[in-house]
Structure formats: C-alpha cells, structure tokens
Design a binder for this molecule. Structure first.
Ligand SMILES: [Zn+2]
Length: 135
C-alpha cells in the first residue's frame, strides 16, 4: 500500500553548521513531493503568542499557532531560503515540510519563512540564505 502523502519519509537527516547557524541537511536523496518531516510542537493561545519570546512560532491560521521550540522538533533547525528546496504544507492543523524538488544528499533543507517573518526578523540583519550569501 502506498504511504499517505503527509507521512514523513524515513529520510536520514542531520543537524549541522550552516551559513546561518545550525541547519538541517539531507544525508540521502529526497524525491520531489516527498514529505520530509513534520514541524511539531505545543499549540499556544493568541495571548501566549504575543508574550512569547520563542523564535519558533508557526502560525497555522488565525486561531492556531505551534510553538516548535522543543529540541525534539528537528524541523526547527530548517533555515529560511529565498530560493527554497522545501515548503511547508498545512494539513488538518499540522505542518509538514515537503520537498519542492529533488533534494540531493548533502544539501541543506530550507523553506521560505514568508514575507512577514522575512521583513521583521531576517531583512534587518541581512539574509544569509544560499541565494544571498554570495551577493
Ligand atoms: Zn535570502
């Protein structure tokens, strides 16, 4: 039987140093369209969201935000890229990181954090994604 689209494949991944602190890297080829990993964490309230200092908040919709701070949430190590090879997909209130294209062994996995996050938290410090570090 075929595995569901939103079941993370058992890909070998590794957290290691990247151009922007730690990053998550593929240790084997990940096919386009594959589910790489789930972004997991505790659901927090709006009130908590406003007072939280967490850098790992993932807003699913206006009433549900996941706090992915826990170290067991390996997906928190995935960095932003302006030319991403992965993208988050929301399915039934959960967040799955999917491969936008074939990701080769040794490549860093990255997705676009979105315009708001980029403007507030990345742009002021200079983007260090693979596209921008060479500029
Ligand atoms: Zn960039």
């Amino acid at each position: 039987m075929r595995k569901g689209k939103f079941v993370p494949g058992d890909f070998r991944l590794k957290v290691k140093r990247s151009t922007a602190g730690l990053g998550l890297f593929a240790l084997e080829e990940i096919p386009k369209g594959a589910c790489i990993i789930e972004y997991v964490g505790r659901t927090i309230s709006k009130a908590e969201e406003y007072t939280s200092n967490s850098k790992y908040l993932f807003e699913i919709h206006s009433r549900r935000t996941i706090d992915g701070t826990a170290r067991t949430n390996t997906a928190r190590y995935i960095n932003h890229s302006c030319r991403p090879n992965a993208e988050p997909e929301i399915r039934k209130g959960r967040v799955f990181i999917m491969a936008r294209r074939t990701i080769h062994s040794g490549e860093e996995i990255a997705y676009d954090y979105g315009k708001d996050y980029f403007n507030d938290h990345i742009k002021p410090y200079g983007c260090r994604c693979a596209k921008h570090k060479k500029m």
